[in-house]
Structure formats: structure tokens, C-alpha cells
Design a protein around this ligand. Structure first.
Ligand code: ADP
Ligand code: MG
Length: 251
């Protein structure tokens, strides 16, 4: 099967203007592909380049070199490194999604509106989106009494769950997750993991950084291990998980 995402020789460095203009290589010649519906975990020590890779794929950062081919639902293929910002914005949501650890600041919006708007931006009708938002919020254990509150009043864990609900409503064909369940207590973490696991039945490809080995074991069939901006191992979860150091799955 053709990959949905084909990353070739991607590099990215940052210039630290505050420290004598020193250059930090965050990604060094990274290549891998993701099949439709495949769930891949990114592991590696803090600073290995995991978040930078997800941001380069979502085009929050631009790659310095390399190509990132994304196969669209139409069957066409685009190189994300070559698109204009406007073209990238048009692809986000429907074709490519990103969920970070933090809720994007929309403090004065009601919880259910925030989630439903994400659905509308992916082509759902208003009614469909509201219904789907209610189902997701219920599954993520957000009390109905909170649905009409502003997101600013939520606790950190509640914000993170609302963020997941918004990211997973009418999910795109490939979803990038950066520590999506890091702030959750065990019960709510289970609920969020169940919801993410369901994505594979729905054929959604996932590339994710998780906080813990247990989440990787349950959600990923393959692990890519990074160190100092490079991929050092890429294989089935069962082969790689046993030798991961605890520090390689921490934030
Ligand atoms: N916006 C940025 N400006 C400067 N350096 C950055 C920036 N983002 C990441 N880096 C650097 O790139 C390297 C990889 O960081 P990151 O991708 O956040 O790692 P990880 O998510 O694996 O912990 C680190 O050395 C980090 O300091
Ligand atoms: Mg990170």
C-alpha cells in the first residue's frame, strides 16, 4: 500500500540568537514513511527532536531541506515543504491534524462550541458537529455542567481532554499527537487512550509522542526511536519497547 506520509531526508536547525547565534541541529536527515491507518510512536530522550519533527510535519516550522509527501483523500500527493502557508492552512483539519499537550487559547469560548467548531472546520454540519462534540465530551468524562462554561475555568486535565475532543472530532486521515495525555489522571487517561485506539479502526494514521511505555504498548504497532535529531531505530513495538530507557519516553 502507498504510504500516506513519506518523509525523506528532512533536516531542521535553529539559530540561537541569544547565544552568539549558535546553531542547533534539531533534525538531521530524517526519513520514514507511515501507512494509512498505521499507529507509530515517536520515542527518544528530551531534546531528541520529537516535537520539532511533528511541528515540521504540520508546517508550524519549515524544513531546511528534504521532502514530505502527503497523500490526500483525493489520491493526489503534495509535498508539504513546497506548499504556501495558505495551501497548508487549507489542508489542516481535513487532511492533517495536530494535537499538542496544551489547549489552544480560546478562553472566552464555551467548551462545546470549541469542540463543535473543530468539527465544522472539517466539513461537518453544525448539528452533526454538536452531536459529535457531545459524544466525545461524554466519552472523555467532561461533566455536562461544564459544556457551556468558558474554557478558561477548566482545570489543566479538563483542558487537555477538551483539546483531545477537538482534535479527534471527525479526525483527519493522519493525526500528529504530542504528549496528548500527559496531564491526565489514570481514569481519564484510560478514556483518552481508548478514544485514540478507536482511530485505528476508523483508518486514521497516527504519529504520536507518548509520555509512558504503557500508552505506546497499547496504541502503537511500530516505534521510531530518535536521538540527537536522527532516527536510530525503527521497528515493531514488540522489538523496540523492551530496550527503551524510561527517560526516552518522558517529556
Ligand atoms: N523554537 C526553537 N528554537 C530553538 N531551538 C529549538 C526550538 N525548538 C526546539 N529546539 C531545540 O531543538 C532540539 C529538539 O527539541 P524538541 O524537538 O523539542 O525535542 P523533544 O520534543 O524530543 O524533547 C532541542 O535541542 C531544542 O532545544
Ligand atoms: Mg517534545
Amino acid at each position: 500500500m502507498n504510504p500516506i506520509l513519506d518523509v525523506r531526508n528532512v533536516s531542521k536547525s535553529f539559530t540561537l540568537h541569544n547565544i552568539d547565534g549558535r546553531n542547533v541541529t534539531a533534525l538531521d536527515n530524517v526519513s520514514f514513511a507511515v501507512a494509512p491507518g498505521e499507529h507509530v510512536a515517536l520515542a527518544g530522550m528530551s531534546g531528541a527532536g520529537k516535537s520539532t519533527l511533528l511541528r515540521v510535519l504540520y508546517r508550524t516550522y519549515t524544513a531546511a531541506s528534504g521532502s514530505i509527501d502527503l497523500t490526500l483523500s483525493s489520491g493526489g500527493v503534495v509535498d508539504l515543504t513546497k506548499l504556501s502557508d495558505r495551501e497548508v492552512v487549507a489542508l489542516r483539519g481535513r487532511e492533517l491534524g495536530y494535537v499538542s499537550q496544551f489547549l489552544r487559547a480560546q478562553p472566552r469560548r464555551a467548551v462545546i462550541d470549541l469542540v463543535a467548531r473543530a468539527g465544522v472546520s472539517r466539513g461537518m454540519s453544525r448539528d452533526e458537529a454538536r452531536e459529535a462534540a457531545a459524544i466525545s465530551l461524554q466519552r472523555l468524562n467532561i461533566a455536562e455542567s461544564l459544556w457551556d462554561m468558558h474554557t478558561a475555568v477548566l482545570s489543566g486535565g479538563e483542558k487537555q481532554r477538551v483539546n483531545i475532543a477537538a482534535g479527534l472530532i471527525s479526525p483527519p486521515r493522519i493525526l500528529l499527537l504530542d504528549e496528548p495525555v500527559s496531564a491526565l489522571d489514570p481514569e481519564n487517561r484510560e478514556r483518552a487512550i481508548d478514544l485514540i485506539a478507536d482511530l485505528s479502526t476508523a483508518g486514521v494514521a497516527v504519529l504520536a509522542v507518548f509520555h509512558d511505555l504503557d500508552a505506546i504498548a497499547r496504541l502503537a504497532s511500530r516505534v521510531i526511536r530518535m536521538a540527537r535529531g536522527s532516527i536510530v531505530e525503527d521497528g515493531p513495538t514488540a522489538d523496540i519497547l523492551p530496550h527503551l530507557q524510561p527517560a526516552e519516553v518522558q517529556v
